[in-house]
Design a protein around this ligand. Structure first.
Ligand SMILES: Cc1ncc(COP(=O)(O)O)c(C=O)c1O
Length: 372
């Protein structure tokens, strides 16, 4: 008989076994990627519902390339490309599909992809589908990248550099030097902005905004809607030529149903809300970052606080302890990260008193004042 029990037993033994759970809604959320707390904003949800109910078709029905493309998709694409200053945009079903789309379709036989070792699992998976060569460089290490670019005579090839704006686990920001290298070596720069859009930059637009980079032909931005934008789905911003290439070559765009009309409409209103309220949102982000600096002495530039514990069982125990106190934080284990971490999301809707209480518990564990 075919069985996977042995593999599951191994996962259990090494504290790497996973199980999806439904948590009590009264538990205070400091684990999800709902960075700005939009997942509970019923007013915005109602606006999106009202808008959608005006339409004849309520679901996309087909791929973007058949007749699933609607005015609602286009309106959102136009808003995204205009505000982010990219030539063109295309919506995609999810960030996972967007990474597969970009890497699988764009890395042709003679091309080289240079990718950060901590790039999201969807991008790493896509490297198996890429036809060209894939070179992995050390996390956020632009010197290592430059050595690799030189080693492979990057100027003789069509190349792409793939990084994340804010890294999903450690919450650190990719340095601006990656853009300098992309320009110097005439490389396409792909930035996965899943955790940076809506969180960093003077206009809360993400990594390009944070470093004041005006997008040009070689720049690509991939953003997701399931995080700060409080919805589900993704988008790709790039030159007209690259977007047209994706429309013609990227299988998850051609052969998958167009993104949900409701999710896109909700993301549209949420995005508008973020832009209109950016000053207030930025102030709150800074306030929470300052609290983390003051009490935990950790410099945070995003809304992800990573605390290294390096023990798979211990992160689970700490998570369980906090759950009993009414808070949920992330317990991230190998293989997702090299060393187990607590991932605490200092969401904008967290009350100061709750943040301080969680910090107090974390301080106890961090300085071993509390034994489990
Ligand atoms: C950095 C990064 N890229 C891509 C994705 C995938 O996005 P989605 O959840 O929309 O599939 C995620 C999801 O967690 C992510 O963290």
């Amino acid at each position: 008989m075919i069985s996977y029990k042995k593999e599951l037993d191994i996962l259990e033994k090494s504290n790497r076994f996973r199980k999806r759970k439904i948590f009590d809604n009264n538990i205070i959320d400091m684990a999800s990627n709902d960075y700005l707390g939009l997942a509970t904003k019923k007013k915005l949800f109602k606006k999106a519902s009202k808008e959608l109910l005006k339409q004849k078709y309520l679901s996309p029905k087909a791929s973007l390339l058949v007749n699933g493309y609607s005015k609602l998709h286009k309106k959102f694409e136009n808003k995204l490309s205009k505000l982010n200053k990219f030539e063109d945009a295309i919506v995609v079903g999810s960030g996972f599909l967007a990474n597969i789309s970009l890497i699988e379709s764009m890395i042709r036989k003679k091309d080289i992809l240079f990718i950060d070792e901590d790039y999201h699992a969807s991008g790493i998976l896509a490297t198996n589908l890429a036809q060209g060569r894939v070179v992995v460089f050390k996390h956020n290490d632009f010197e290592d990248l430059e050595n690799r670019l030189k080693e492979f005579n990057a100027l003789n090839y069509r190349t792409m550099i793939a990084i994340e704006g804010v890294y999903s686990m450690r919450g650190d920001i990719a340095p601006k030097e990656f853009n300098d290298l992309a320009l110097k070596y005439n490389s396409i720069l792909l930035v996965d902005e899943a955790h940076s859009s809506g969180v960093i930059g003077d206009n809360l637009l993400g990594w390009y905004d944070y470093w004041n980079i005006i997008p040009s032909k070689n720049h690509i931005k991939m953003g997701t809607l399931g995080k700060a934008y409080g919805s589900y789905g993704a988008y790709i911003l790039a030159s007209k030529e690259i977007i047209s290439f994706l429309e013609n070559r990227a299988k998850p765009i051609i052969y998958s149903t167009a993104p949900s009309l409701f999710d896109i409409t909700l993301a549209y209103f949420n995005f508008k809300h973020i832009i209109q309220n950016k000053v207030k949102i930025i102030n709150k982000i800074k306030q929470n970052q300052n609290i983390i600096k003051k009490y935990l002495n950790i410099d945070v530039n995003s809304l992800i606080v990573a605390i290294e514990i390096n023990d798979n069982q211990k992160v689970l125990d700490i998570q369980k302890y906090l759950l009993e106190k009414g808070y949920i934080i992330g317990a991230i284990r190998q293989p997702t990260v090299k060393k187990a971490i607590l991932r605490v999301i200092i969401k904008n809707d967290i009350k100061k008193k709750d943040l301080l209480e969680v910090i107090n518990y974390l301080q106890n564990f961090r300085y071993n004042r509390k034994k489990l």
